[in-house]
Design a protein around this ligand. Sequence first.
Ligand SMILES: Cc1cc2nc3c(=O)[nH]c(=O)nc-3n(C[C@H](O)[C@H](O)[C@H](O)COP(=O)(O)O)c2cc1C
Length: 247
Amino acid sequence: MRFAISSRAEGAVRDRLPPRRRIIAPKSNQTNYVHNPTTFITLYYKTKLMTLTPEIQQHRKSTHDIAPYILNRWSPRAMTGKPIKDETLMSLFEAARWAPSSYNAQPWRFIYAKRDTEHWNKLFNLMGEFNQSWTKSAAVIIILIARKNFEHNEKPSVTHMFDAGSAWENLALEASHRNLVAHGMEGFDYAKAKTALHIPDNFEVCAMIAIGERADLNTLPENLQKMEVPSTRKPLSEIIMEGKFKK
Ligand SMILES: Cc1cc2nc3c(=O)[nH]c(=O)nc-3n(C[C@H](O)[C@H](O)[C@H](O)COP(=O)(O)O)c2cc1C
């Protein structure tokens, strides 16, 4: 089914939507004209969440039925180097903010640097050569840290890293929904990060994240072009065990 906005509603939504205004779901050629801008926006986002992107259709197949937006998230490396709007960046953090955590303790903290700011080099220089070779075209680099103890009683939180992982995935799903790259990284100097960014000892450094607008494959160095494909996963039979651990 296709949805297209009627000329009557178009003016009202022009500034509120991403550039591609037509919603296209691949299975039918029928076009439905929507007159109410709010309905159009709702349909646009619903359809987007429920449709596999062409690159995912080509490379990933889930063995059981799952929501398409989960498969649509992947970790490209090609980015344009263009800045992203502050408002967009805040939406990514907002998505992370709504992640679940033990005792709702929200142990995650995000230290970020936008390119062309005084902070960029401090974060960029933490990374190894491989990660620098493609994150040089990111718009934002983030370092995710997690508070090791609960704020309410200072007892150790066993799940602080697990909780921060949920926040990262929320951020990544929001980015993917907005056609942005969000790429997690462990290839950086964790110890140096603590000193360079004045991270206190009661926080653990989890990972870095590169954010940016997606670019064409051919903007990447050749060795990275081969890797720019959505990956697949172990079979369910290898990762689930009923009742007790099985080899
Ligand atoms: C915590 C974490 C650390 C990662 N570290 C790196 C890294 O240092 N460099 C890199 O290029 N990719 C890194 N990745 C990306 C993974 O290789 C990628 O997520 C994985 O292959 C699954 O692919 P997908 O994200 O496209 O589904 C990392 C991902 C995560 C979640």
